[in-house]
Write a protein that binds this ligand. Structure first.
Ligand code: AMP
Ligand code: MG
Length: 326
């Protein structure tokens, strides 16, 4: 087990070093346009097991597999016309598609499901790494299971630094929330399993009320477990968009979408965006929650986002972050 983890700027030499580590079966932190990922060779079962172990993630929670191109993905999944269409419109980008898998994808990646979640990411550093190694990378978010997702290399270093040798630095993640996941196992009935940066409107697909269950085997336990997720140590209480929270005691922080007017500014008052732009709210969400958590606040009152576009993804993460630990 490595004891010292290095944050590596994305130089040519460091990219080669990371590519070599991945070829050797190591697991490292990588930047993506959504959140930082904990990446390893998706085709190597022992490496994939390491990813679960480093994160403390239960094996019933399947991983997303990242490819450099849809052509690379073709060898490992059964594509359909709808997948090709969405890929043409949104890849490289923050869209994950669930498709039937081929035998080359180890069962441990998919929690035993016959389907796999795949994505062609847009972050240039991540793309360059994928181009060099020529095998797909399984990568969940690079945080301890259940904790707030990392949007800076320093977040990865602070939480998983004792368990991995390197984090490739690609700056602050553009979107700040995880990819939109669309279930295309039955292309006639596409469903959004997780809201994200690409909205249901842009996709022209409805959001699923519940995750698929019936014939899915072990992985059906995942959605229930994930009711509580993305949680800081501080307790989170949500309040409606455009309203005021009920309480503020010492140890409480107030977190608005938009910078409040002068008379409401003060200690323990924070905001996610100067103007309230939804993309800034998403971009800064996990970053500010981690900052306040590290500052020692024990209770965060957080304003919900407007329930549209990327605000739907923000509210999804906030609801899970605020859910009580069981
Ligand atoms: P993350 O937690 O960011 O790694 O996202 C992975 C999520 O993708 C899982 O928690 C599942 O919700 C979803 N997912 C991955 N693979 C599959 C699959 N084969 N079928 C359905 N959902 C999946
Ligand atoms: Mg995650």
């Amino acid at each position: 087990m490595p004891t010292s983890c290095q944050i590596l700027p994305p130089t040519e030499v460091n990219l080669q070093r990371c590519a070599d580590a991945l070829r050797a079966g190591e697991v490292i932190g990588v930047p993506t346009e959504t959140v930082y990922g904990l990446a390893g060779n998706a085709l190597c079962e022992s490496t994939v097991r390491k990813i679960f172990e480093v994160k403390g993630r239960p094996f019933i929670d399947p991983l997303i597999v990242h490819f450099h191109s849809i052509e690379d993905a073709d060898a490992h999944v059964v594509l359909n016309d709808r997948a090709r269409d969405l890929a043409a419109r949104f890849w490289p980008g923050a869209l994950t598609l669930v498709l039937p898998k081929k035998a080359s994808i180890p069962d441990v990646v998919t929690a035993g499901l016959p389907s796999v979640a795949i994505r062609v990411p847009g972050h240039l550093v991540f793309r360059e790494l994928l181009r060099q190694i020529k095998f797909p990378l399984a990568a969940p978010s690079a945080n301890p299971f259940g904790y707030v997702s990392p949007t800076l290399s320093t977040h990865v270093h602070a939480t998983l630094g004792g368990r991995i040798s390197a984090v490739l630095d690609g700056g602050a993640c553009q979107h700040g929330v995880e990819s939109t996941i669309v279930d295309l196992r039955d292309p006639a009935v596409p469903r959004i399993l997780r809201p994200g940066p690409i909205s249901a409107d842009a996709l022209e697909i409805e959001t699923a009320d519940t995750m698929p269950t019936s014939s899915d085997g072990g992985a059906q336990a995942a959605p229930g477990m994930l009711t509580q997720h993305y949680s800081p140590n501080a307790a989170i209480t949500l309040f409606e968009h455009g309203t005021q929270p009920e309480a503020d005691r010492p140890g409480d922080a107030l977190l608005y979408n938009t910078k409040p007017q002068g008379n409401k500014l003060g200690a323990d008052i924070y905001w996610l965006s100067e103007s309230g732009a939804p993309k800034d709210v998403a971009h800064n969400l996990f970053m500010l929650i981690q900052k306040l958590d590290n500052a020692g606040y024990t209770q965060l009152f957080v304003e919900r986002a407007l329930e549209r576009g990327i605000g739907i993804a923000v509210n999804d993460r906030l609801r899970r972050a605020a859910a009580k630990r069981t």
